[in-house]
Design a protein around this ligand. Structure first.
Ligand SMILES: NC(=O)c1ccc[n+]([C@@H]2O[C@H](COP(=O)([O-])OP(=O)(O)OC[C@H]3O[C@@H](n4cnc5c(N)ncnc54)[C@H](OP(=O)(O)O)[C@@H]3O)[C@@H](O)[C@H]2O)c1
Length: 262
């Protein structure tokens, strides 16, 4: 990044978890931030702390990405304010943890809208400007879930397979430009994700989780180094590597076991 010309970074889902920690990382770089989510109070509190800590400009936008009109409205709002986005961080997302037929289809459609459609449309709106300026990039938050099917979270895992495939394809299309196109693939991470996906229900099979801070710092480092796929944590990297050699039935059996809720 050119420190004389700080980037403007739009981060979706910046009100908690990984998105909030990514905002801290880009603020430490000296970037101007545009923080977006539905929880205005949480965004304002983060904005205040980043302004104080890093003396950066922070703009707060309240939008619901489950609304199909939101991506275009966000783009128009930023154009009206004369704000150019250099880096788009598509982080907002959520899961639903139960057998497919037990999850209301309206909730699954909302997930597809937030995790896939909004991510794709925001990219379509902001990427042409980045290409014209030959500066900045797209930083999508996928998951190790994108590498395998996920019984018990079928639509969520499939949505992250889209994010992984879409990002890799874009990175290849834009090879040779100055743009960085990355997908961050965390494993289980401490955040509000589990509460949103499961409510009060629990998983009997628990695994050790990374903190959102560790995940964001690893992702941010990978993005700055121009890595296309950033898998956080050695255990997750080993798992993704092993998936290449395992018969397809085995990981889906293991994931189905792990995704059971009570
Ligand atoms: N935690 C994990 O184990 C894990 C693992 C792999 C990948 N991920 C991915 O990491 C990303 C961040 O999740 P997280 O773990 O940090 O969970 P989180 O703490 O629940 O954060 C999710 C963020 O997305 C925003 N969001 C959700 N629905 C939205 C909507 N309709 N419109 C606008 N913003 C919305 C939330 O803000 P508001 O509620 O304020 O709108 C929040 O800022 C997601 O894409 C998730 O799939 C998480």
């Amino acid at each position: 990044m050119n420190r004389d010309r700080p980037e403007t970074v739009l981060i979706t889902g910046a009100s908690s978890g990984i998105g909030l920690e990514l905002a801290r990382c880009f603020a430490a770089d000296g970037c101007r931030l545009i923080l977006l989510a539905r929880s205005t109070a949480a965004l304002e509190a983060l904005a205040d702390s980043l302004r104080q800590q890093h003396a950066v400009e922070v703009i707060v936008l309240t939008f619901d990405l489950a609304q199909p009109a939101s991506p275009q409205a966000i783009f128009t709002e930023l154009q009206t304010r004369n704000l150019t986005v250099d880096v788009l961080v598509n982080n907002a997302g959520f899961g639903a943890n139960a057998p497919f037929t037990e999850i209301p289809v309206a909730r699954e459609l909302e997930m597809v809208q937030v995790n896939i459609s909004a991510l794709m449309e925001l990219t379509a709106l902001f990427l042409p400007g980045m290409i014209a300026r030959n500066r900045g990039g797209i930083f999508n938050v996928g998951s190790v879930a994108g590498f395998q099917p996920g019984p018990g979270m079928a639509v969520y895992f499939a949505s992250k397979a889209f994010v992984l495939s879409f990002t890799e394809a874009l990175a290849e299309e834009l090879r040779g430009t100055n743009l960085t196109i990355s997908v961050l693939c965390p494993g289980p991470t401490e955040s509000n994700f589990g509460a949103v996906a499961r409510g009060a229900r629990q998983r009997p099979n628990q695994v050790k989780k990374m903190t959102s801070k560790m995940v964001a710092e690893s992702g941010h480092r990978g993005y700055r180094r121009g890595k296309i796929i950033v898998i956080t944590g050695l255990g997750n990297r080993m798992m993704v590597f092993a998936l290449r050699w395992l018969p397809r039935w085995l990981p889906r059996r293991i994931v189905g076991f792990y995704n059971r809720v009570q």
